[in-house]
Design a protein around this ligand. Structure first.
Ligand SMILES: [Zn+2]
Length: 339
């Protein structure tokens, strides 16, 4: 069995997947996006010959993917199809994240209802929802989003587990008050952190102390992070969510081999491997594990351990975590010849 085959059969945990960016080209077509948008999308996803894509291009692509989810029915179909893609890739636990959007004839609440319904209707994998605050929104819009998230969490406490800060890292800033409110109300927090060099904001995020951080690209001092922030991070040991292809394609990591994940491996710090936007970046979680193995000399046991440790980083309940750990251990015993 070669590396990719092993990565495909390995039961995996996905903690950082945006709904809209995860839509495959096939799903976008079946959702009947505008033809122009589909062709633009196709053009932009021809990334095999292109090593770098600018952040600007990526965000253009996300806008196109958003066109596919403009009403409750298409949001439902989109979520259903993304969940199925992950199940087909042997993902046993998925945390899907999305920003609740109000569109013509659709409220933020209806948007969330549609995603929750798709999650409830799916048989596998186990799926939890993280709702995002977009960096580009002003404080009033963001406060409204948090109020909606909290009321919907009260309605679906077993599904809506966390809140995230995401969007263009050049816009807006981390608002501690907003995330404190979410935290005090029992939501888990994950923050896109250090996607660009911004040591002041990174310090604020670390002082806040989220449950997880996304990307952590420019946090280590070898990657333009401040020594002070890195020392603080090493004490707090906040699990990082890494998305290798996303960083390489956007050019924030020079190559897979030069990805900052190596600093976490070297220092024994907690991390998970994730896809970010598998549709936009033409990847899958299995392929992300394969890149990690090929570029950081990881064994099959290392990959299994990364998946196993991600269970503890997840926002699942204690009982759900125990069941997943049992499942992964049993799988390892049954597949001992692979290790
Ligand atoms: Zn992300």
């Amino acid at each position: 069995m070669n590396t990719l085959e092993f990565c495909r059969v390995l039961p995996k945990i996905e903690l950082h997947a945006h709904l809209n960016g995860s839509l495959s080209e096939k799903t976008l077509k079946s959702l009947g996006c505008l033809n122009k948008s589909v062709s633009e999308y196709q053009g932009l996803t021809s990334i095999n010959n292109k090593i770098e894509r600018t952040l600007h291009e990526c965000f253009e692509l996300f806008k196109i993917a958003h066109l596919a989810t403009k009403n409750p029915d298409s949001v439902y179909l989109a979520a259903q199809s993304v969940i199925k893609d992950f199940a087909d890739d042997n993902v046993r636990y998925l945390e899907l994240r999305t920003t609740p959007r109000a569109e013509d004839g659709m409220t933020k609440e209806e948007y969330i209802e549609s995603v929750v319904k798709a999650i409830k209707d799916s048989k596998k994998p186990l799926v939890k929802l993280i709702l995002s605050v977009d960096r580009r929104h002003d404080i009033l819009v963001s406060q409204n989003t948090v109020a909606v998230i909290l009321s919907m969490r009260n309605k679906y406490p077993d599904i809506i587990k966390g809140i995230d800060l995401s969007g263009n890292p050049h816009l807006g800033c981390f608002d501690k008050e907003l995330f404190n409110k979410a935290k005090e109300n029992g939501l888990k927090t994950t923050i896109h952190c250090a996607e660009i060099i911004n040591n002041d904001e990174v310090m604020e995020i670390l002082n806040f102390g989220p449950n997880r951080i996304g990307h952590a690209t420019f946090l280590n001092p070898n990657y333009s992070g401040s020594i002070e922030n890195w020392e603080s991070y090493c004490k707090k040991k906040i699990p990082a969510e890494f998305c290798l292809t996303s960083n390489v394609v956007c050019g924030t990591a020079k190559s897979y081999k030069e990805h900052h994940m190596q600093e976490w491996i070297k220092n024994g710090l907690p991390f998970s491997i994730n896809t970010d936007d598998k549709g936009v970046f033409c990847t899958s979680l299995s392929e992300e594990y394969e890149h990690a193995q090929n570029n950081f000399n990881l064994s099959n046991t290392d990959l299994w351990t990364i998946a196993y440790n991600a269970i503890d980083h997840s926002f699942a309940s204690i009982q759900e975590k125990a069941l997943m750990k049992k499942e992964l251990k049993e799988w390892k015993t049954q597949n001992q010849h692979q290790f």
